[in-house]
Design a protein around this ligand. Structure first.
Ligand SMILES: [Zn+2]
Ligand SMILES: [Zn+2]
Length: 407
């Protein structure tokens, strides 16, 4: 018998809880955002205002600057690379002055070395934010490694820097870092979110290690940096395979809810280098307001999707069916795959099973009752214009819903 576990969001107000056709997501408007971005504050090649201006001009409504182990809240002078061999080349400084005006760029000279003052987050907020239109959410990529395995966790909506921690294993280090991010949120009265970044970067994580995430439930199914191995290889699962295997392990053995997947661009390059350019992947969050706590709360409800180009009008993870309405472009075909996991025998799982595939719009899947969870992937016939990997199509990934009772 179908036994929906739709009341997972016990924190929801009563009016939004399990009543009506669409118990989880039917509130608010869609906001486009990126939660993983670098600037000169760490290893990006763009001044922070170059980065922020790009997202604002390209119709994003929110942005998280997530520099490595630093918060943009101090006085920092960045050297100008006069020979053009390092970041902040003289020509880029010239562009900056042309774009924002000489008064907006502070330069000094110390012992014959020119330096530029980096704008702080509060200065960036003052210059770029506008109510209901554009929001900067404070963040950091808490960056460490365990025995050469990168452990990079983004902290979203934080008040100050969170130091990187060392653990006894990849899994322990991830969980200690996520625990610290959650504790930080409690301490500062913020809805703070932690997401595991690029699990295949440096083959940092096995899918079992990803599955062991406890304090939060977010990971990057798509990261636009060309070094992160989203597609895996002959010996390593792709990020989508990691997602499904991890979800089944979490739901059958670990008593944990399925993971939610993000797309980010992990931008570092704003001056022509192609490794990690802004705009390759993002999230769309359905929130009642464009406010940091509200955006994070909507994500914790799973009311968001990841995209590398496909836009959705509506996603309803209902009591009896999963329904997706695509904002279809003329002349473009869309294939929606509903993917889930089923238990097929004692200790045997069918993870990542394609339950139903359709070209219809809206795409609708009625649960059979055998699935533990259902999620969906919408793939366009259109090539990604600036792909992570050659041949990538524009795609959207929606979040899993728990369907059947656990065995
Ligand atoms: Zn990283
Ligand atoms: Zn990064």
């Amino acid at each position: 018998m179908l036994k929906p576990l739709l009341c997972i969001s016990l924190l929801l107000p009563a009016a939004l809880s399990c009543s009506g056709q669409n118990p989880i997501e039917n509130q608010g408007a869609w906001f486009k955002g990126n939660t993983h971005t670098h600037t000169l504050w760490s290893d990006g090649d763009g001044a922070p205002e170059v980065s922020v201006a790009w997202y604002r001009e390209n119709d994003y409504q929110f942005l998280v600057l997530s520099d490595h182990n630093i918060f943009q809240d101090q006085e920092r002078w960045f050297p100008v690379s006069e020979d053009g061999k390092k970041r902040l080349k003289p020509a880029e400084l010239g562009q900056l002055i042309e774009q924002f005006g000489a008064d907006a760029v502070q330069i000094r000279e110390v012992d014959g070395q020119r330096e530029m003052l980096l704008l702080t987050l509060s200065e960036l907020k003052e210059r770029f934010e506008s109510n209901g239109e554009f929001l900067l959410i404070p963040g950091e990529e808490v960056t460490g490694s365990y025995k050469k395995h990168p452990v990079h966790i983004n902290a979203v909506n934080i008040a100050e820097v969170i130091p990187a921690l060392q653990g006894d294993s990849v899994s322990d280090q991830m969980n200690k870092t996520m625990d610290a991010i959650v504790a930080h949120g409690h301490e500062h009265g913020l809805s703070t979110l932690a997401h595991l970044n690029h699990p295949n970067f440096g083959w940092g994580f096995t899918w079992e290690e990803v599955a062991s995430m406890r304090a939060d439930r977010f990971f990057e199914v798509y990261n636009g940096h060309q070094g992160v191995r989203n597609h895996g290889d002959a010996e390593h699962a792709s990020t989508e395979e990691i997602w499904d295997r991890a979800n089944m392990l979490r739901m059958t053995e670990l008593d944990l809810p399925p993971l939610f997947g993000l797309a980010t661009d992990d931008a570092h390059n704003y001056h022509g280098a192609i490794t990690s350019q802004s705009g390759r992947g993002w999230i769309m969050v359905r929130s009642e307001s464009l406010e940091s706590n509200a955006i994070v709360e909507a994500m914790k409800r799973g009311d968001f999707y990841a995209s590398s180009g496909v836009t959705l009008v509506d996603v309803q993870r209902g009591d009896s069916e999963y329904r997706i309405e695509i904002d279809a472009q003329e002349g473009v075909q869309y294939t929606t795959q509903f993917i889930g996991g089923e238990v097929i025998g004692e200790g045997l799982n069918d993870a990542g099973k394609v339950l139903f595939k359709t070209n219809d719009n809206p795409a609708i899947y009625a649960y059979s009752g055998k699935e533990l969870y259902v999620r969906a992937v919408v793939t366009s016939s259109k090539d990604h214009p600036n792909p992570y990997a050659a041949g990538d199509k524009e795609t959207a990934w929606t979040q899993p819903i728990e369907v059947a009772s656990k065995p």
